[in-house]
Design a protein around this ligand. Structure first.
Ligand code: 5GP
Ligand code: ZN
Length: 118
């Protein structure tokens, strides 16, 4: 079930209890710059409701997952990287390197991104 977790770092950012460089906020989505950027543009796009990962958002609130992707597209346009290209990453679980268990899209761009990822 979705909830707001008192122990969740990103819930605290949504609540404003922990500062972040917020670039977008509406009732459903918050986006802020990653504290350890891996590209010149590295923004985290998250639902305001707590879900553990993107699949949980998709299962419980499909339009909420779409809102994350569409917000990422709008931010890519604002960053001037929608034409040059950008990558959306959603790590799920330990092997993928997920460290914060509140669903998030990484919006990465403004440099050439290699493939395959590490
Ligand atoms: P994950 O590894 O779970 O896919 O991504 C978590 C991301 O959150 C990492 O890229 C990490 O740099 C970022 N992060 C962790 N703590 C903070 C924080 O306090 N503020 C911000 N802005 N980003 C954070
Ligand atoms: Zn949370």
């Amino acid at each position: 079930m979705p909830y707001t977790s008192d122990d969740c770092l990103f819930c605290k950012i949504v609540a404003g209890a922990i500062p972040a460089d917020v670039v977008h906020r509406d009732d459903h989505v918050v986006a802020f710059r990653d504290i350890n950027p891996q590209a010149p543009t590295h923004i985290l796009v998250i639902p305001t409701t707590h879900y553990e990962n993107a699949a949980e958002v998709a299962a419980d609130d499909p339009s909420g997952l779409a809102a994350l992707v569409l917000t990422a597209r709008t931010l890519a346009q604002a960053e001037g990287i929608d034409r040059s290209g950008y990558r959306l990453v959603t790590n799920t679980g330990a092997d993928a390197g997920q460290t914060v268990f509140h669903a998030h899209l990484h919006l990465l761009g403004a440099r050439h991104l290699t493939w395959p990822p590490g």
